[in-house]
Design a protein around this ligand. Structure first.
Ligand code: N2P
Length: 371
């Protein structure tokens, strides 16, 4: 009896200790779904010899299956990998303080915003010699001159993914999103600057306008079209399309090419009115616990074989000139992945619009909440 009570008491104390430990622990990023290397050779130990961890926060569908396990194995570290669906979500997650991430992947205009808010660490280029592998066009971007804070990861376009069996022909215009024939079969990306950018393009305005009247007109155009919309997809339009939930979706290039591999009815088009081109970047947020390891990871991604394997799997374009010869020929010659100059001419980059951001956010809230 006495032994039994002692046992119960020990169990209670242990449970209590576990609960207290769980509550005290900071919200740690989750382990990657891809799993980690079990037998890590020569671990990059911390001061007390424990295995170092790298906490990555990246977009969904944006890594190859081998990328993380090989890094873990090579450096004897463990990678925790979380995902986000939009630049705005990434900003919101970090704005109240870095919850422990070492590496994040914002797009161009978000890099600009984060630099201005003092949210990024400067990179030590000595730890990233493979920067030399980048194509010269990516070595000095407008949003981060001299790559002081970030290094390009992938680039691509935004366009229309569609099911050609449902449309009965090619789609080459954003106006098809206003075609009643697709009522309830259309998805936008849940991305304020991208969707407002399309409406501004159609009105003949700059996608980065700060003019309140033009932003208002773009909002009205989208409100008119709202009854036809099935969803504002959080970076999941390709799934809705693949599963037959919608016939047209706005999406990032590679996400559509990924589902096309299994579904021959799916197509991707960069509309004739123009669209958005973007570069996503590897950056280290202020307060990152493992800055040097993050720089090792950046350097690793810039290895030609690693970079090519990544792009060949996720089907976005590589900024890495040394990786380009290793890109599958089919993708290298695909105008949807590497658009020819005449298509590039009608593409624009989103830039930080400073105080006008609030006008976009307000318009977006109104559009999404309209019935
Ligand atoms: C991947 C999204 C690519 C990022 N799902 C677009 N900037």
């Amino acid at each position: 009896m006495k032994t039994h009570r002692l046992f119960v008491w020990l169990v209670l104390v242990t449970v209590l200790a576990l609960v207290v430990a769980a509550c005290a622990a900071p919200a740690a990023p989750q382990a990657p779904a891809s799993g980690g290397a079990e037998e890590a050779a020569a671990p990059e130990g911390g001061e007390s010899g424990e295995v170092l961890e790298l906490n990555i926060y990246n977009w969904s569908t944006y890594i190859a299956p081998e990328t993380i396990p090989r890094f873990e194995e090579r450096y004897g570290v463990k990678v925790n990998y979380d995902i986000f669906d939009s630049n705005e979500e990434l900003l919101a997650k970090l704005q109240g303080g870095n919850p422990g991430y070492d590496l994040i992947v914002p797009s161009d205009y978000m890099v600009e915003i984060m630099i201005n808010l003092g949210m990024l660490e400067e990179l030590d280029h000595e730890n990233i010699p493979n920067i030399a592998n980048l194509d010269p066009t990516f070595q000095n971007p407008r949003y981060d001159p001299g790559l002081k804070y970030c290094v390009p990861y992938q680039w691509g376009t935004m366009g229309i993914g569609y099911n050609i069996e449902a449309t009965g022909g090619e789609i080459d215009s954003w106006w098809s999103f206003w075609d009643e024939k697709y009522a309830g079969r259309i998805a936008w990306l849940d991305d304020p600057r991208a969707v407002m950018g399309v409406a501004l393009l159609l009105l003949g305005y700059d996608i980065n306008t700060t003019d309140p009247d033009q932003i208002n007109e773009a909002k009205e155009l989208l409100l008119e079209q709202k009854p036809l919309v099935a969803a504002f997809a959080p970076d999941t339009g390709q799934i809705l399309l693949d599963e037959g939930e919608v016939d047209l979706t706005m999406e990032w290039s590679g996400d559509i090419f990924q589902v096309m591999e299994e579904n021959p009815a799916i197509r991707y088009s960069i509309p004739k009115e123009g669209s958005i081109v973007w570069t996503d970047n590897m950056c280290i947020p202020k307060g990152a616990p493992h800055k040097e390891l993050a720089e090792k990871f950046i350097n690793y991604i810039l290895e030609p074989e690693v970079g090519a394997e990544l792009s060949n799997y996720i089907r976005y374009a590589t900024p890495n000139a040394a990786a380009l010869p290793l890109i599958n020929e089919e993708d290298r010659n695909n105008p949807g992945i590497y658009p020819p100059p005449e298509v590039m001419e009608r593409l624009q980059f989103v830039v930080d619009v400073g105080e006008a951001t609030v006008l976009y956010d307000d318009a977006w809230t109104e559009i999404k909440s309209a019935q």
